[in-house]
Design a protein around this ligand. Structure first.
Ligand code: A3P
Length: 320
């Protein structure tokens, strides 16, 4: 594919030849690097991030597996952190800029002509990442920047991922039935997968360092946005006081699926993640529901996924 060609032209050829390779979802291949499956672009992003990103204690990092609600939580965290600056919601930046424009991915910044410090103009710089915990730059762990991790039911993650990748998949590649996606996902072969290893490493980190790593779920945010936004704000040292309940409601409404999806910027805008990689904003807003897997997976597939979740995460006290 085009992306594969771009990167193999560059300097990382040698490293690639020795990595296990599997069928890719969007591009031709995924490569296994230190037990995680990455596209070439992601692999390059992870390595450069490890080399160049120096975390500061005031940095805030949103970490997710792809399709777990990154876009939504980018908006929520941005709105919470900047709540003093935008009293008047009608002029809020999220009404004219996409969440991905406001909170960049660490592994994408490094592929542009800017440095991380260009993003450190505000007092609490916000970044997002899909990088697994074990592959984060050491400074993220030692400097104690805060990490918010978002978990989503893997059945919905798989379905969301498959829909997304099918839309973006190169037209030169063969079609990609959901059964193939299911088999690969179960084997751990998905972008930044195995999904369950991604989750369990951040889950363990949140148990070891609850002040530094907050573990939230997509489903809880849907069910109890008040409680979750309040908890998130407290973790980010932006607690809401008595009498600020309206602000909590405003943020929930501003970041809601229906509100964000219908904005002009998210219907027609394009996010340029790097010079080689752009995605139309509308692709980040599909259904925004819990349980859409029922429309795509068989009961047997769902049972198999639940079984893997139980097997891989059951012993860790994980109960989402
Ligand atoms: P679906 O494909 O199930 O609809 P990510 O941002 O990590 O790429 O995840 C995308 C998923 O989050 C998509 O799920 C998308 O519709 C959903 N999503 C995006 N914005 C949302 C919002 N404001 N509220 C709830 N879900 C949202």
């Amino acid at each position: 594919s085009k992306e594969d060609d771009e990167y193999t032209k560059n300097d990382d050829n040698d490293m690639l030849t020795n990595l296990p390779k599997e069928k890719g979802w969007r591009t031709e291949h995924l490569y296994q690097y230190k037990s995680f499956w990455l596209s070439l672009g992601a692999l390059k992003g992870v390595k450069r991030t490890q080399q160049c990103f120096k975390a500061q204690p005031t940095d805030i990092l949103l970490a997710t597996s792809p399709k777990s609600g990154t876009t939504w939580f980018k908006a929520l965290i941005y709105a919470i952190m900047n709540r003093d600056r935008f009293d008047d919601i009608s002029s809020h930046p999220l009404l004219t800029k996409g969440p991905h424009d406001r909170v960049p991915f660490l592994e994408a910044i490094i592929q542009n002509e800017v440095s991380y410090n260009d993003y450190r103009t505000s007092s609490s710089p916000l970044f997002a990442t899909h990088i697994p915990y074990s592959l984060l730059p050491t400074s993220v762990k030692s400097f104690g920047c805060k990490i918010v991790y978002v978990f989503r039911d893997p059945k919905d993650v798989l379905v969301s991922n498959w829909n997304f990748m099918t839309k973006l998949r190169s037209k030169d590649l063969p079609s990609f039935p959901i059964e193939d996606a299911f088999d690969l996902f179960c084997k751990g072969v998905s972008h930044y997968g195995p999904f369950w290893d991604h989750v369990s490493d951040y889950w363990k980190a949140s148990l070891e360092n609850p002040d530094r790593v907050l573990f939230l779920t997509y489903e809880d945010m849907k069910k109890n946005p008040n409680v979750c936004v309040t908890k998130l704000a407290k973790f980010l040292d932006k607690s809401f006081c008595d009498g600020e309940e309206d602000q909590v409601q405003e943020i929930i409404k501003l970041c809601s699926f229906d509100n964000l999806r219908n904005l002009e910027v998210n219907q027609t805008g394009v996010q340029h993640f790097s010079s080689q990689f752009a995605i139309e904003n509308r692709h980040f807003f599909r259904k925004g529901e819990v349980g859409d897997w029922r429309n795509h997976l068989t009961v047997e597939m769902a049972q198999q996924l639940d079984q893997i979740t139980k097997q891989k995460l059951g012993g860790t006290g994980f109960n989402c």
